[in-house]
Design a protein around this ligand. Sequence first.
Ligand SMILES: NC(=O)CC[C@H](N)C(=O)O
Length: 302
Amino acid sequence: MKDFLEELVKQYRPSAGEGKLADYIPELSAQDPTTLGISVRTCDGEIYSAGNCPERFTMQSISKVITLILALMDQGEKAVFERVGMEPTGDPFNSIYKLEQAPGKPLNPMINAGALVVSSLIKGSTVEERLGRILSLVQRMAENPNIGLDYAVYYSERATGFRNRSMAYFLKEFGMIEDVEATLELYFQQCSIAISCDDLAQMGLCLARLGENDAGEQVIPRELARLVKTFMVTCGMYNASGEFAILAGIPAKSGVSGGILASVPERMGIGVFGPALDEKGNSVGGVRLLKGLSRELNLSIF
Ligand SMILES: NC(=O)CC[C@H](N)C(=O)O
């Protein structure tokens, strides 16, 4: 399996040349575009990795999966889905234009507007306490107590996240968010949580096992593990989710740092990293790697 994964990485690494680093968060443009790495953890306890995955990269939009779980645990489905929808969007992840129209309810929790609403619903009296609760869930899913923030990326996005700020104020006007500044702080911080491919694979495995981690702890209620994997299929790769469902058929969530969290129910968790992105904001090499792996190992859930 290790050799097979190395072969796949070798095959898809050159495709990074077709992509581009996310530079609207200046710190992300310091990443090496030729990097491509993968980790796999199976339900049978096997662990494999291949390629070159850096020790840490930031979660970015992958954090949207975690905050959705936490908001649902905190507030329940009714309260959350009153403010954010369940439908995929054909628009880019950072699109703002639908927010001009009442009722200003974002289409789903995997786009930035929806994730801002979701973050505003996480309980805690300070941003610090709320971030601590997000981090704790990530650490328990990944079974790694050392996961923390990448402050350079956080400050970089905080200084340049004008579009997200605009979105949050639109949402405030429609009464979808109350404390805009606290929500933005929390959102920028959750996006800057630093993880590795191994951490992502372990998190994917936790979802694959309906929320139970290796230590046998039920970290996420079973029903929520099912629900977020469904969102990962329909909206996890933004406006490329349909094609990814057809060609890979694996619940997955990508982020603009180049990471992808993937979870094959009852089989395995997969973490991928390749920072060169396609025009929709998904890792070029990472997407090809997952499609290839799915084809070879018959991983499609459909
Ligand atoms: N697609 C992403 O990973 C987006 C996350 C990024 N922090 C942003 O808000 O723009």
